[in-house]
Ligand binder design. Structure first.
Ligand code: SF4
Ligand SMILES: [Zn+2]
Length: 117
């Protein structure tokens, strides 16, 4: 039986919020979007697979107390995730380091302009 993490009231599996304390249980008021919530003092990111593989770009990282995308590293290990291809790894790296890529592009452009003079 499900219970509210704040007040321990009994919950229906489809409940969007706790009927007693009104704690939101689903994101955006939608029953299909789970809202993961930290238990205890540790942020969700500390045990999230998207923090571990450095692919998360949510602004609340690394201190998220609630998150719609949280995925436990322990659950991920149990599921045997397919390995990322080198192309996907490069794509994730570029996406997470856009500023560095822009700076590198400017430096390269400056170098080309100096050499063609
Ligand atoms: S997906 Fe959520 S819990 Fe996971 S690292 Fe990003 S912000 Fe943290
Ligand atoms: Zn409650």
């Amino acid at each position: 039986m499900l219970s509210c993490p704040r007040c321990q009231a009994t919950l229906e599996p489809t409940a969007i919020q706790c009927p007693r304390c009104r704690l939101p249980l689903k994101a955006h008021g939608h029953p299909g979007i789970p809202l993961h919530r930290t238990e205890g003092g540790e942020a969700l990111c500390a045990t999230c697979v998207y923090d571990a593989d450095d692919t998360c770009n949510f602004p609340q990282r690394p201190h998220a107390e609630t998150c719609t995308l949280y995925r436990s590293v322990n659950a991920a290990q149990d599921m045997e995730l397919p390995a990322l291809s080198p192309g996907q790894q490069i794509s994730f790296w570029v996406r997470n380091h856009r500023g560095l890529m822009a700076l590198g592009g400017l430096l390269l452009l400056s170098l080309v302009l100096v050499l063609v003079r």
